[in-house]
Design a protein around this ligand. Structure first.
Ligand code: COA
Length: 399
């Protein structure tokens, strides 16, 4: 929505502000102020240079800044505002008059200085943005359908990419994530990040995985699925560099249990953490039967893994499953900024430290994973599980 008063100021910017802003062109070097130590006043030459530099700004600095520039310019060149107050209905003139009048008796020298400093800060900000744009391009890894894999700034991102299915993990996706982890483990990046595209982090195992193999032998389907799950979780256990989960929204099932195998977990305050295994006649995976009690204590882990308790992001953080929670509004900006700083550390040092932190447990984790997959294979063949999954799928088909 554009408020009428703002729209009026915006509309006027091209013409009435012509004293302060004309053609837009390429980025320009910062102004060097010629100040005398005693007075800190800028010279007339610097003031004029600032006016020239302003014309070359590439980006519109916004109405508030333009009004400030206008007012400082008028104060610097004409002194305090003594023109009659325009009518309330003349939004543009009134906004300009107010800005100028608000400077009161600020001296012309001071106004010149403030104007020059403001232009200088606008130019610095723009050239910083320009530098950011010049940073290495994101390279997209080919050969994936259900995930996106990119590398930039020493970070390889593995992004669940079935947003219309809440990023449910299909068999194909399991295979692609395994491949992406293998590539990310060997590529030049310092850290790898897992996140989701869309409003969900992931809704877990695609429940259609249970039906797509049912035409064949059920036992074989369960055996193959258990082997795939074991291989999948093994890749998380063995991942050689820091692995960060950026939990952008709700997570259900295996994406939650895998968090125990991630080194850092950042979550939006919109995220929730749900492991409805008993509800689906299943049992925990992702080494959560071992790691969750270790991370959050047996009682809290039992509430989640036995009784399907859904945690908010704040609760998951209080229980140690999540490292830090960020407001959803600023989540992406804050998290990526932080991860870029982390990823600028020497990558071999990061890798050996990650390996030291995890090596003591590795054997144990592989044993836990084997056991969990064995139990799950039996669960998938149970009536309890088949009934629960068929119920979900038939409910969906009725909608
Ligand atoms: N497996 C298969 N399909 C899934 C899925 C899953 N785990 N999660 C979501 N989907 C599909 C839905 O069937 C729906 O597909 P459709 O548009 O073709 O009907 C689509 O994704 C959108 O989901 P929908 O249920 O309409 O969104 P919602 O916001 O109402 O609910 C969930 C989202 C995640 C709460 C709900 O889909 C759900 O409970 N999914 C099952 C989660 C689960 O039990 N995972 C396994 C854990 S072990």
């Amino acid at each position: 929505m554009v408020y009428p008063a703002l729209a009026a100021v915006r509309g006027c910017c091209r013409q009435p502000f012509c004293e302060i802003r004309r053609a837009q062109a390429v980025c320009i070097p910062a102004i060097h102020l010629h100040v005398t130590a005693a007075t800190m006043q800028v010279s007339q030459e610097d003031f004029e240079k600032a006016q020239e530099q302003l014309k070359l700004l590439k980006n519109d600095p916004g109405n508030e800044t333009k009004l400030k520039l206008y007012a400082l310019f008028k104060q610097a060149t004409e002194g305090p505002c003594n023109s009659p107050k325009p009518s309330m209905l003349d939004f543009v003139k009134k906004a300009k008059w107010d800005a100028w009048n608000s400077l009161g008796n600020l001296s012309q020298d001071n106004a010149r200085q403030k104007y020059t400093e403001l232009v200088s800060s606008l130019i610095s900000a723009e050239s910083a943005d320009q530098k950011k744009d010049d940073s290495p391009h994101e390279s997209r890894h080919g050969g994936y359908e259900t995930i996106l894999v990119t590398t930039k700034n020493n970070i390889t991102k593995i992004i669940f990419n079935r947003p219309d299915k809440k990023n449910a993990i299909s068999r194909k996706m399991y295979g692609e994530i395994i491949k992406a982890l293998e590539e990310a483990g060997k590529d030049d990046s310092a850290i790898a990040v897992i996140t989701g595209n869309g409003d969900y982090y992931s809704s877990g195992n695609d429940l259609n995985n249970f039906t797509s193999g049912l035409s064949g032998e059920v036992e074989k389907m369960a055996k193959d699925a258990a082997a795939l799950l074991k291989e999948f979780v093994d890749h998380f256990i063995d991942f050689p560099k820091p692995l960060i989960a950026v939990v952008n929204g709700p997570a259900v099932g295996i994406p939650v249990t895998l968090l125990g195998l991630c080194d850092v977990v950042y979550a939006s305050d919109r995220a929730t953490f749900h492991t409805p295994f008993s509800q689906l006649g299943q049992s925990p995976e992702g080494c959560s039967s071992y790691l969750f009690p270790k991370i959050m204590g047996l009682a809290k882990a039992s509430e989640m893994l036995l009784f399907n308790k859904k945690l908010t992001a704040a609760e998951a953080c209080a229980q140690g499953l999540v490292t830090e929670v960020f407001p959803d509004m600023t989540f992406q900006k804050e998290v990526w900024k932080r991860l870029e700083a982390y990823a600028s550390n020497p990558k071999n040092s990061l890798a050996v430290t990650k390996q030291l932190l995890r090596s003591v447990e590795k054997e144990k984790l592989h044993a836990v994973n084997s056991k969990e997959c064995e139990v799950l294979m039996e669960r998938w063949l149970s009536k309890e599980c088949l009934n629960a999954v068929s119920w979900f799928l038939t409910q969906r088909s009725k909608l």
